[in-house]
Write a protein that binds this ligand. Structure first.
Ligand code: PSU
Ligand code: MN
Length: 336
């Protein structure tokens, strides 16, 4: 006696046996909820390099209009370094991979009224046809569905200070443990507990790579955190080979490629660290909880430094986009 689920599964099984899945598994047509931009579709179909970009950084990470300007600049950097940018956000019940100018503008203007969307929120935002800005975790899910394996952002979420009481651990970290996308970032902000963040990434089986002439895991605004990174690599080819080996092994884990902020943009880091301490003290006195914590801290640090942190933030994102674009180019050549 076959269950109805087994009966329904039969035609699909036949398709699998006929090689359907093997031939088409990396093409996203099978995901009806994805809408690729023409440029991204073109790049995917030719095996050309692509870099995914997140959108929470636009809606919740920076004020308008710098957020939209930065998003455009970052896309330009990706193009100039040889890859196609794919900024990801949720509009009208679809995952948009590659945004047009109007969509970027809509997202930037909407700001915090957009839903900050991590794994937990994806299905709810899509089903309710809301405007969703994807975090690192949400962007990784969408990038992987679209067949994109390199993603650039500013910083990843992590284990929050005091997590031993609050259990506030970013969904970015568990996503890195289950979704094979390389996240190129400037490490994590010292609003977080960085030693615990590295411990948690080890538990999740995520290789963390310090990129360039450094042995340390970078702390976003500062090139140094005082913590050694488990791996160090100096070239895009080395990182591309890591990503390829991970796939060859069939591992479903992502990678953190941590690029120190360029020296010339790191000047304000002492002032920024002071602002971070103040912002954390304010957070502790407030009743802000959960997913509102990170946006609150990001906003206060920008305000307290009078924009110094914003300038550094923009510089490091562009730098990460450049590195990601080169890694993606190297990977595309390696697998072609
Ligand atoms: N850290 C930053 N800038 C950001 C974020 C984190 O320095 O914009 C955003 C990213 O979208 C990240 C998310 O995925 O915040 C993590 O939020 P939470 O800590 O609530 O998991
Ligand atoms: Mn959290």
């Amino acid at each position: 006696q076959l269950s109805s689920a087994a009966v329904c599964a039969r035609p699909r099984l036949r398709l699998l046996e006929s090689g359907f899945s093997r031939r088409y598994s990396s093409l996203p047509q099978k995901h009806a909820c994805i809408r690729l931009s023409p440029a991204v579709r073109e790049a995917l179909s030719h095996g050309e390099p692509i870099v995914a970009l997140e959108s929470t950084i636009i809606s919740h990470g920076m004020p308008y209009p710098q957020n939209v300007e930065t998003a455009r600049l970052v896309e330009q950097v990706v193009r100039e370094s040889g890859s196609t940018p794919a900024t990801i956000a949720l509009f009208d019940g679809k995952i948009h991979v590659g945004l047009g100018n109007d969509e970027l503008e809509r997202l930037g203007k909407c700001g915090k009224a957009a839903v900050k969307t991590s794994r937990r929120d994806m299905a709810a935002v899509l089903s309710q046809r809301m405007l969703g800005a994807t975090t690192v975790s949400g962007t990784m899910i969408a990038a992987h569905m679209a067949g994109i394996s390199v993603f650039a952002t500013g910083g990843i979420g992590g284990v929050h200070r005091g997590a031993e009481l609050t259990m506030d651990v970013s969904a970015d970290l568990t996503e890195l443990g289950r979704t094979p996308v390389a996240v190129v970032c400037a490490g994590a902000k010292s609003i977080l507990d960085l030693p615990k963040t590295l411990e948690y990434l080890e538990t999740q089986g995520v290789p963390v790579v310090a990129y360039g002439e450094t042995k340390q895991f970078p702390a976003f605004f500062s090139p140094e955190s005082g913590l050694l990174a488990p791996w160090c690599m100096q070239t895009p080819d080395q990182v591309a080979a890591l990503i390829k080996s991970n796939a060859d092994l069939g591992l479903q884990t992502g990678q953190v490629i941590a690029v120190p902020i360029p020296q010339e943009s790191a000047g304000g880091s002492a002032e920024i660290e002071r602002a971070i301490s103040i912002a954390i003290a304010e957070l502790e006195k407030s009743d802000i909880k959960g997913k509102e914590c990170t946006p609150f801290l990001l906003r206060r640090v920008v305000e307290l430094t009078g924009g110094v942190s914003l300038t550094a933030n923009i510089a490091l994102i562009k730098n990460n986009a450049r590195v990601a674009s080169r890694i993606s180019s190297s990977l595309a050549q390696m697998v072609s």
